[in-house]
Design a protein around this ligand. Structure first.
Ligand code: ADP
Ligand code: MG
Length: 464
């Protein structure tokens, strides 16, 4: 697509947002952005500054992606934001990807090249994840100390280092901090970070292309191997075999392996025993939610990093109210800043409470249980089994309830497409987006479905 095409695409896919946002927000924030690249692999959005980026990510991204998919048929796998050179933040042009962390091809490392000691090695590391920017408290100190020890002498102390804990608690941060510290200490070290899902995808692609050797070479020729969210390997037999050999080759050569997961090795479903025992042979340590005073310290640090100034009592309020994880804590901060940025005005506790209403109220019950509660209600309503609902079965009787679940998780629970995909049997975000769209369209012309949804919703709110 030419620059002209991309410009008119941006105009048409963002136009519907005018129904949601005032033109005083739309013009300076949305209209000033542009698409600089659009391929099935990636969409790259150029923004004026990080505040605008956060605003687009939080409030517009999903809608824009849906509209792009509708208009062009392209569902990019990865979304990158580039803060436009020439704006205030020129000194740190970085590319950041949306969650989950995605593989960044070599050429993109150039953007943060000055921060990566050895530009010939693609580490996929985000330079902002350092030990220095990680705040410790009693709940994460052990993991932090173990990671620092590993970074100081890779391959010799705890190998592998296995960090586990709930979502948004800093596992990826600590793991990447290991990589960044290793490179800082010794720029010749080859560090490779990979999200487990990307390892799986690359493996499958290599096999399909009949080119497993380059894959093997890539993953066996490194000094520090960082594998994020290793739980996704459970049940994937061919890949487990390959991973087992990669692990052994690296381990025997004294290379460091660090893994993160949301579960202990023994709790990963479908994980071969030999891998379970390999994963447990070094150091296994958990990360828990930091206590309130640590959460406050994290907020204060994030404010400093981002050049935000909010009164102390507001920060304290957020640290007390947001009790799920650090990602949400940051999200609350971003929401407040976005509101202030677009609406201005004084910030009182009551104001803050109102602005964070959606976020704070969601914390009364953990997300996981909301998925469970909704699934159960939907299973009862449609007479399907939970295993079927969460499986890959494509019969119409199952597909519809599953799409209803996706729709409600999106609109009633406020989960993102990738999060929903992960909850429902590891589906791709575009599948979820398609499911949600399907129900949205259907609702307009099918009153029975509307009624069904009302019933489910009221059962859901009664159950809460
Ligand atoms: P996980 O991998 O466990 O899901 P992440 O490492 O992605 O979590 O952390 C989510 C966000 O919270 C990141 O932006 C990370 O920098 C931040 N974060 C988590 N814990 C801390 C901490 N203790 N200090 C500073 N930032 C943190
Ligand atoms: Mg992570």
């Amino acid at each position: 697509m030419t620059e002209q095409d991309l410009a008119s695409l941006w105009e048409s896919v963002t136009k519907p947002l005018l129904e949601v946002f005032d033109v005083r927000v739309f013009n300076p924030v949305v209209k000033t952005c542009s698409i600089t690249l659009l391929t099935p692999e990636e969409i790259r959005i150029s923004v004026d500054n990080t505040i605008n980026k956060q605003f687009i990510r939080k409030y517009c991204e999903e809608k824009i992606l849906t509209n792009i998919a509708e208009q062009t048929g392209i569902h990019p796998e990865k979304i990158s934001y580039v803060v436009r050179p020439g704006s205030k933040e020129r000194s740190k042009v970085v590319i950041e990807t949306s969650e989950p962390q995605l593989f960044q091809p070599t050429k993109e490392r150039k953007y943060s090249g000055e921060l990566v000691a050895n530009p010939h090695i693609t580490s996929n590391l985000n330079p902002k994840y350092t030990f220095k920017s990680f705040i410790t408290g009693t709940k994460n100190r052990l993991a932090f100390a173990a990671a620092q020890a590993v970074a100081d002498s890779p391959g010799s102390l705890y190998n592998p280092l296995y960090l586990y804990g709930g979502v948004g608690l800093g596992k990826t941060h600590i793991m990447q901090a290991v990589g960044n510290a290793v490179i800082e200490n010794d720029p010749s070290k080859k560090v490779l970070y990979v999200a487990c899902e990307n390892f799986l995808n690359e493996f499958v692609a290599a096999i399909k292309k009949g080119n497993p050797d380059s894959f093997k070479k890539k993953y066996r020729n490194i000094d520090v191997f960082l594998v994020d969210d290793i739980q996704f390997i459970g049940g994937r037999d061919g890949v487990q075999e390959e991973f087992f050999h990669t692990f052994n080759a690296l381990h025997q050569a004294g290379k460091q392996i660090v893994m993160t997961s949301d579960k202990r090795p023994g709790e990963i479903k479908g994980l071969e025993e030999r891998l379970q025992s390999r994963f447990s042979m070094g150091m296994v340590t958990d990360i828990q939610l930091p206590d309130q005073s640590t959460r406050l310290a994290i907020l204060q640090t994030k404010c400093q990093e981002k050049g935000i100034s909010l009164p102390d009592h507001i920060l304290k309020f957020i640290s007390e109210e947001v009790e799920t994880n650090i990602r949400e804590l940051e999200g609350a901060l971003t929401t407040l800043v976005a509101h202030l940025h677009t609406q201005g005005g004084e910030l009182s506790i009551n104001n803050a409470r109102a602005m964070l209403h959606g976020i704070i109220s969601q914390h009364s019950t953990p997300r996981k249980s909301k998925v469970d509660v909704l699934s159960e209600i939907i299973c009862n309503q449609y007479g399907v089994k939970r295993e079927e609902l969460l499986s890959a079965v494509r019969q119409r009787e199952i597909v519809r309830p599953r799409q209803v679940l996706m729709y409600l998780l999106k609109h009633e629970v406020g989960m993102t497409y990738p999060m929903i995909g992960r909850e429902i049997g590891g589906r791709d975000h575009s599948t979820v987006m398609h499911g949600v769209d399907k129900i949205t369209t259907e609702l307009k012309k099918n009153p029975t479905l509307l009624e069904e949804l009302q019933v489910i919703k009221s059962a859901f709110y009664d159950a809460k």
